[in-house]
Design a protein around this ligand. Structure first.
Ligand SMILES: Cc1ncc(COP(=O)(O)O)c(C=O)c1O
Length: 342
């Protein structure tokens, strides 16, 4: 096995670069629970400006920013509309139920994307006492389980119109929103104007060691600030982490294009391999393939591991590769070679 593993299990495995570490070490910090950490305050101010929102809240994780985002829009007994592949539903430990006491209406199709029409059909009537009140629609962009696919901004605009008409809030799980922005040449403000709350992660493709931001109105973020404390997410000298986030937003956004180009290269290679049943269309840094009957997911992952590559399993026959800033050109070569040999 090669000494240095090619770790493409996720874009969360990155380590801070020397430049990022330097920015972290030199950051002025204070007690952020008291609102006195000037680096956290600067990050929150800059992010809010970027998305043209009134306020932002720095949290330890994307799970927390999503969960707070949903909590500020709901009361126990309300209902959240999201896709059946959504991270907020599948991978946040049942947090919608335990943190917000809300039920979930799941939509299907579109590799994790849905239409305004589907939303409209799923809104419960408020004059029927049997039904939970639909309160919020949650969109995920890019869609992790959808192979990193991006939403069409026009569809989001139509969903926004349905939400406005029916008095619903619109939340975005934008863990990898910057990948979508770079892939589609769109601006953060395009999203800021459509969503009531947006969660973005600094710790995925952007390469920070931890941290996510929740964006919204002053009123919503004010309430979110309290829930962050209740959930145990009030950090003290968090400016060291916020400095990594500021560095990432300045230096690591445009380079996401490189991850996308590599993912497309991998997609092309996979389509020519005999054990591959299908590959989800690649738009950003995630590649998901389905294996045919010739090999099991466990055996395939083991074969890759023996050749120095770590990938992850996303379903009975689905394998995921995610590109990020710790993958070098040489490692891309090792990955392609391992796939040809596997
Ligand atoms: C789409 C999506 N949303 C939210 C999260 C949660 O982020 P975190 O791991 O920081 O809690 C992830 C994590 O992988 C994700 O892929």
């Amino acid at each position: 096995m090669p000494s240095q593993l090619v770790d493409v299990r996720s874009d969360t495995v990155t380590r801070p670069t020397p430049g990022m570490l330097e920015a972290m070490m030199g950051a002025p910090v204070g007690d952020d629970v008291l609102g006195e950490d000037e680096t956290v305050n600067a990050l929150q101010r800059e992010a809010a400006e970027l998305f043209d929102k009134e306020a932002a809240l720095f949290c330890p994780s994307g799970t927390m920013t999503n969960q707070i985002g949903i909590k500020v829009h709901t009361r126990p007994g309300d209902e959240v509309i999201c896709h059946e592949l959504a991270h907020v539903y599948l991978y946040e430990g049942g947090g919608i139920a335990s943190n917000s006491g809300a039920s979930v209406r799941l939509l299907k199709g579109g590799n994790g994307r849905f239409t305004a029409e589907q939303v409209k059909e799923s809104i419960n009537r408020r004059d029927d006492a049997h039904l939970p009140w639909t309160r919020v629609v949650a969109v995920e962009d890019t869609v992790n389980k959808g192979g990193g696919c991006c939403w069409d901004l026009g569809e989001i605009e139509r969903i926004r119109a349905v939400c406005t008409e029916h008095g619903l809030a619109l939340h975005l799980d934008g863990a990898r929103l910057f990948n979508a922005l770079v892939a589609r040449s769109e601006a953060p403000r395009d999203y800021g104007r459509l969503f009531d709350t947006i969660s973005v992660c600094l710790s995925k493709g952007l390469g920070a060691p931890a941290g996510s931001l929740l964006l919204g109105s002053r009123e919503l973020i004010g309430r979110g600030h309290r829930y962050r404390k209740v959930m145990g997410g009030g950090m003290r000298q968090a400016g060291y982490l916020a400095a990594a986030g500021r560095y990432a937003l300045k230096n690591n956004v445009e380079r996401l294009q490189q991850d996308h180009a590599r993912a497309k290269l991998l997609e092309a290679e996979l389509r020519s391999l005999p054990y591959v049943e299908s590959v989800l269309p690649v738009e950003t840094n995630i590649v998901i393939l389905n294996l045919n009957e010739s090999v099991s997911a466990e055996t395939f992952l083991q074969k890759l591991r023996e050749r120095g590559v770590l990938a992850s399993q996303m379903g009975p026959r689905a394998i995921r590769f995610v590109f990020h800033l710790d993958v070098s050109d040489t490692q891309v070569e090792i990955l392609l070679k391992a796939l040809r040999e596997a």
